[in-house]
Design a protein around this ligand. Structure first.
Ligand code: SAM
Length: 264
C-alpha cells in the first residue's frame, strides 16, 4: 500500500513512521508513506499555499493551484487511485471505510490547515472526503495518520498475527475458523484480561481461567452482545446475528429490565 500524503508539515509524520505498526509495515515494504510538501508545488518565491477567503471572514484558505499540481503530478505517474481530502465535512471514517480503502494499492491523502481548502479541491480533484469524527482539528495530518494506521492494520500480514484484526471491534472476519467466528461481525470486542488473576481484589472472570474453550467462547459472545447493546446499540441494527446470538441478546435485555434483588 502506498500512501501519498500532501501536507505543509511533512516532518509531522517522522515519529509516526518511527514507531509500532507503521514502522514495521514500512520496513517490511507492506506500506510506503510518501510525503509531498505542498510548498514544493507553489510558483512564487514565498512558496505561498494560502490566501484570504472570498466573501470575507477570518483566517486563510489553501489555494487550489498547489493542491491540484501536487495531486496531478502523482496522477501523471500513470496510476489511478483514490484521492482523499481530510475534512470535518467528509463522510465519517469507520472500520468499514478503512476496509474499503485497504482494497486499493495506493491512496493520496490531502491534509488541510487554517480555515480549510478551496472547495474546488473537494468538487473537482478529491474522489473522497473523509472526516475522522465530529470535531475540528487544526490540520489534516493527525487525521491522515489515523487513516493510514487503521488501513495498514488491514493489510494482510501487517499485524503479524492475522487473527487479531479479525477479532477487533467492528471487525467482519473474512476467514472464520472451525467453530465459527469469535464474535458476531461488526460489534465491539470482548473484554480482555491478563495476569494477575486478582488485582486489588478485582478478580478476572472465573470462566477465563477454566480452560474450557467452548464456555469461554460463549462467555465472550455474551459480553460482546452485552457491551455493544449498552455502549453502541446502533451497531446491533446492522449486525448479522444468528438465532443463538439473538436469543442471547433478548435474554440480556430481559435481565437488564428485571428489578434488582432486594438488599438483605
Ligand atoms: N473550517 C473548517 C470547517 O469548519 O469545516 C475546519 C478547518 S480545520 C481547522 C483545518 C483542516 O484540518 C481541515 O481542512 C482538515 O484537513 C483538517 N481537519 C480538521 N478536523 C478534521 C476531522 N474531523 N477529520 C478530518 N480532517 C480534519
Amino acid at each position: 500500500m502506498i500512501f501519498d500524503v500532501v501536507t505543509i508539515f511533512p516532518d509531522f509524520f517522522s515519529s509516526i513512521v518511527a514507531h509500532g505498526l507503521l514502522k514495521r509495515a514500512c520496513a517490511a515494504r507492506q506500506a510506503e508513506i510518501r510525503l509531498h510538501d505542498l510548498r514544493d508545488y507553489t510558483d512564487d518565491r514565498h512558496r505561498t499555499v494560502d490566501d484570504r477567503p472570498f466573501g470575507g471572514g477570518p483566517g486563510m484558505v489553501f489555494k487550489p493551484e498547489p493542491v491540484f499540481r501536487a495531486v496531478e503530478s502523482l496522477r501523471a505517474e500513470g496510476a489511478d487511485f483514490p484521492v482523499v481530502l481530510l475534512s470535518p465535512q467528509g463522510r465519517l471514517f469507520t472500520q468499514s471505510v478503512a476496509r474499503e480503502l485497504a482494497r486499493h494499492p495506493r491512496l493520496a491523502l490531502i491534509c488541510g490547515r487554517y480555515e480549510g481548502v478551496d472547495e474546488r479541491v473537494a468538487e473537482h480533484l478529491a474522489t473522497d472526503e473523509i472526516s475522522i469524527g465530529d470535531f475540528v482539528l487544526s490540520g489534516g495530518e493527525l487525521a491522515a495518520a489515523v487513516v493510514m494506521e487503521a488501513v495498514t492494520r488491514l493489510i494482510p500480514g501487517a499485524l503479524g498475527n492475522e487473527a487479531s484484526s479479525e477479532q477487533d471491534s467492528f471487525a467482519v472476519p473474512e476467514s472464520p475458523e472451525g467453530g465459527g467466528p469469535p464474535a458476531p461481525a461488526g460489534l465491539l470486542d470482548f473484554p480482555q484480561y491478563t495476569r494477575p488473576a486478582e488485582f486489588r481484589g478485582w478478580k478476572v472472570p472465573e470462566v477465563l481461567l477454566s480452560g474450557n474453550h467452548e464456555e469461554i467462547r460463549q462467555w465472550r459472545r455474551r459480553r460482546v452482545l452485552e457491551k455493544t447493546w449498552r455502549q453502541r446499540p446502533k451497531l446491533l441494527q446492522t449486525a448479522p446475528l444468528d438465532p443463538q446470538d439473538q436469543a442471547m441478546l433478548d435474554q440480556i435485555k430481559r435481565a437488564a429490565l428485571e428489578p434488582a434483588a432486594p438488599m438483605k
